[in-house]
Design a protein around this ligand. Sequence first.
Ligand code: NOJ
Length: 546
Amino acid sequence: MTTQWWRGAVVYQIYIRSFADGSGDGVGDIAGLRARLPYLQRLGVDAIWINPWYPSPLEDGGYDVAGYRDVDPVLGTLAEAEQLIAEAHAGGLRVILDIVPNHTSKAHPWFRSALDAKPGSAERDFYLFRDGRGRDGELPPNNWTSVFGGPAWTRVPDGQWYLHLFAPGQPDLNWAEPRVRAEFEAILRFWFDRGMDGFRIDVANMMVKDPALPDLTGKVAAPGHHPYEDRDELHDIYRRWRQIADSYSEPRVFVAEAWVDDQDRLALYLRPDELHTAFNFDFLTVPWDAAQARASIDRTRHALSAVGAPATWVLSNHDVARHLSRFGRPPHPQGRGIRYVQLSQLAQCPLDIELGTRRSRAAVLLLLALPGSAYLYQGEELGLWEVEDLPDDALRDPTWTQSGHLDRGRDGCRVPLPWSGDAAPFGFGPPGSTPWLPQPPEWKKLTAARQEDDPGSMLQLYRDATELRHALPALGDGTMRWLDTPDEVLAFERGDGFGCAVNFDADPWPLPDGATVLLASGPLDDGLLPRDTAVWLCGGRTAGNG
Ligand code: NOJ
């Protein structure tokens, strides 16, 4: 692989607490992950991205970090982390870790010192403490609300308030404070020095706030001037981070988690002296619809071509409902960001697992054929669905409580993986262990072991696709050309003679004369591409079949 491996890599996301449990305490850990590295190699991915593994009181699944230079004892030790990196590298896998710079945990020593210190002290300056409004300061300093629901401010015993755009246990850092900047630069080096290949930057678009912390007015702010989203000053931070990444002999990389609606604004993060890539949430939020998928692909490519950055393609992650469940329903208003179908809507849109599976198979062939890098979320290769009936008392996502029990949150996509066997824990942990979220009994049909030797399984499709992707120079980074097709079919060519066609919702579509089928997501119908099916082709030209 070249040093620009990230331009075309397939990256597999490990939500570590739900991947594999080596210790038997019901929580996935580094030991479990190390034992499953051969599975990942066989899956044919190029890199793994691991969600936060730092010490954490778990008020937001580990995105509340109490110490950035260590590993939570439930997940392992720093020494095990180093072993994991070494073993992954030996097996040809790069490793990317999450970094959480917008906020810490309230258990972080900085926040504890800030609470012990007085209003106006240097310790409080690490965070955004302010006096309240109202006669006795009893009202929050402004009208901002938390992403998880409820006010974005919590009052401390001496009367001041602190800002938390997420859970109260996640105080926002003050990025105007040079000590915060210096500390994060040191944290990057700490992990880079241990061989970490890159970072996924959490909430990369919200770290910098308008110093005046003004109320939100409801009016659309001028680009770069929203009180806390996508502010122009962020780019100075990333220019500095890029210099650090580039100072390593094998340059390290960044992928931004930035829910920025305007693709041209998002592209600014990816200028050559800033971040390498950003998740393509525009594409992730597209329903199963040819026109919308095509428009998103075009928007992405157009915006990124201005800065020379590769696209990333992603269907699922730990914050959104699994795509099998999104695609296995009639189109519904899908929420932005971490939101999903509201509880009240679920009953009206029952999930059709067969339909969702068929479309998910087609979707991954589209994903892996598009130019750029692709992100897979653990379990999608097994065809897992969103678990929508977790018992209320099992739910851990702060969204559930902060929304006043209106939004069940994201636990349904974080249920521990089924590896083998006929009953829970399905090989996730040793027999007799109890996974931290209950697994549906129906997942016995979807275990990795069961799919292992089934040529028609989802797992096998993923393996076939990554194998071909490595074998075909046309795939990965590069360009594509749309072909002329009916509206409900998308087809494009890459390189010299590779073609991908997806029938979203049209009558069976005749494959081009002379084309050889390299891979199909489902059965073809005598040279016709049925609805909800995708195919990879070589030779022949798809043009003119419209
Ligand atoms: C985005 C992460 O992906 C999500 O899981 C987390 O809750 C928020 N950022 C806050 O850190």
